[in-house]
Design a protein around this ligand. Structure first.
Ligand code: SF4
Length: 150
């Protein structure tokens, strides 16, 4: 057990995430609007012990009613567009939108254009941009932490 904890401490140190000066809690509501799931794998890794975003006050929540940030992955498909707006409409103000990955940023490689709605930033105001295909857990964590007000 002691060896495991020592290993975990070393891995966390290598991740190099610094604690914000004025930490606060931020609830993230994730919506997969049409991704290949690689962005989700990297997002899941941010909750693993190496990154453990909960120690910075960041948490992925089940209900948009409890969320501060709408975290969107994937190209926005027509079928997911209503669900995306439903989640956004259910969020309390002030609410922010984060685009995770190149597809959500409108420059991805996926999908038949006929099946796509508008790029996310033409549907909603995007406050946090996390480029990459997919972005690494460290990049995801750093972008969200950088955008977290103190
Ligand atoms: S940005 Fe890349 S990894 Fe993420 S959903 Fe699109 S194709 Fe998949």
């Amino acid at each position: 057990m002691f060896v495991l904890l020592r290993h975990l401490r070393r891995v966390r140190g290598e991740a190099g995430l610094s604690r914000p000066d004025h930490p606060r809690s931020v609830a993230l509501r994730h919506v997969d609007a049409g991704s290949c799931n690689a962005c989700e794998h990297e997002l899941t890794a941010t909750a693993a012990p190496q990154y453990d975003l909960q120690r910075f006050g960041l948490d992925i929540v089940a209900s948009p009613r409890h969320a501060d940030v709408l975290l969107v992955t994937g190209a926005i498909t027509r079928r997911m567009e209503p669900a995306l707006f439903a989640a956004y409409d259910a969020m309390p103000e002030p609410r922010r939108v984060a685009a995770l990955g190149d597809c959500a940023l409108g420059c991805g490689v996926l999908a038949d254009p006929d099946e796509l709605a508008q790029p996310l930033d033409q549907l909603l105001r995007v406050d946090i941009r996390i480029p990459g295909c997919p972005p690494t857990p460290a990049e995801i964590a750093a972008a969200i932490l950088a955008a977290t007000p103190g």
